[in-house]
Design a protein around this ligand. Sequence first.
Ligand SMILES: Nc1nc2c(ncn2[C@@H]2O[C@H](COP(=O)(O)OP(=O)(O)OP(=O)(O)O)[C@@H](O)[C@H]2O)c(=O)[nH]1
Length: 508
Amino acid sequence: MTESSSDKLIEALRKAVSRTSMLAEGNDPELDSVVRQIRQVITKGANAQEIQDVLNDAEPLLIKSDEAQINRAKQVRSTLQELIGLLENQDNKRVPQNEMKQLEAQIRLHWQTSSQWPFLLRSFFSLAEKTLNGTPSSQSKNSFFKRIFNRDLESKSHKNDQEIMMQISHTLAGLMNNLSLPSHYDEDILDLKKALLGNDNIQQLPGLLDEVINLIMIAIGKTQESLANYLNQLNKQLASINESISSSYHSQKTLSESREGFNSKLQRQVTDTSQAIQGANDLESLKALINDRLSTISSTMTEYKTQMVEQEKHATQSITLLKNKVTRMEKDTVSLRSLLQEKLAQAMTDSLTDLPNRTAYQDAILPLCKIMQKTQKSVCLAVCDIDHFKKVNDTWGHLAGDKVLRLVPKQIRTVLAKEDLIFRYGGEEFVVAFPNTTLAQAVKRAEDIRLAVAKTPFNMQGEPVSISISIGIAELQVQENPESLFARADKQLYLAKEAGRNRVMANK
Ligand SMILES: Nc1nc2c(ncn2[C@@H]2O[C@H](COP(=O)(O)OP(=O)(O)OP(=O)(O)O)[C@@H](O)[C@H]2O)c(=O)[nH]1
């Protein structure tokens, strides 16, 4: 392999790696087939030109895929802007200006980063909740008071809320059209769109929004998973390139040794012939001629040998160069993979509390339940919810609310065992899984959690404030699925709230 063709190959492989993030989309069948072709040519050890050719074929498709990604991001941005516009256009509602500005700034910063879309949507929903639950704008204060005393107007306002909800639901349904998900999610998307379009109930919106966010998470996760797979494959290919270079290096060395032997043998023969001819006295002129020829052959041979040595030196240098480049490329791949892992971890972590989030819970709970059922061990789930949390936000502000959300899980952790798992499930709700724990033990542990939170004074603007949590618990049954386990624990949480809060209730 010459220096320039090895350079070309390395360049082609580099291009393949950098383009992979887009190739990993896996939505366009035409593009998928080109990706397969690229993988095949690399695996079969094709030369630089062949790799260059398939990459050239892929170029227009890659540009198309790139554009589709940008268009999706633009659609998400305009959906979010449209949603904010909807809130602003409600004449008897006041959108909290600070939060709205913050959200708009976040949108400006992150609209192109798909992993941020769920967070932007969540922030929007919190803004919508605050707007709809909050005080009416000053120009409509009159109608607010009238609402309290006038049923007719109250029902009008309720209708107005419903209209906003319907508009928000419609806008979210529009967003679903732009998610790139494998076809087996078509039915889920269709169901969710139907539910969104038929929804006029504010109570259902958080659940539906969660489902939208889940699907976005899946769309992002899928991309990362394909990218990780491809990088693994690429790593194997790089290892095989390295191996073949090493073996070609060894065979070159052997070749050069055997040529060396051939040279000296030939040299010996030439000397022998020369001596033999010198022994024949009677043919002087012939001797001179043959001697002359032999010396020409000898010098040609020496020259050839010098050339060979020079060429081998060159080849060895270019192989060393190539090996260094491959090593560098391997390092690039490793850092790309760790970047990818970091991104995956980010998508699984709640940024406020640093706890594993709901996506992480959904990833972890099924395998946990399966292993516990297989080994016939008991596992319990506790759903914990901060009591009257809305009041904390309303009284002390959103930042104080965030502080409570960070401190409560810290208190919970103080009583958890090493193998217990805690997640921020959403809002002010945390889920704890107790592996290898019976219901009676879990109830005891939950009681300790409740007490640990209740006895902690939370400092709010210099004042100690008590916070309590309610907990619902259920134990996994034989052949029960995680959804049903969660539903039973959540039902107990509801009962604990109904019974006065700050208590633990278990499904016995
Ligand atoms: N500060 C802050 N508030 C949040 C966050 N996520 C959700 N919330 C708020 O949590 C509150 C939850 O209120 P509700 O569901 O009405 O429940 P609650 O007031 O805790 O009442 P109960 O659960 O019935 O005891 C809402 O006001 C949300 O805006 C967050 O990340 N930070």
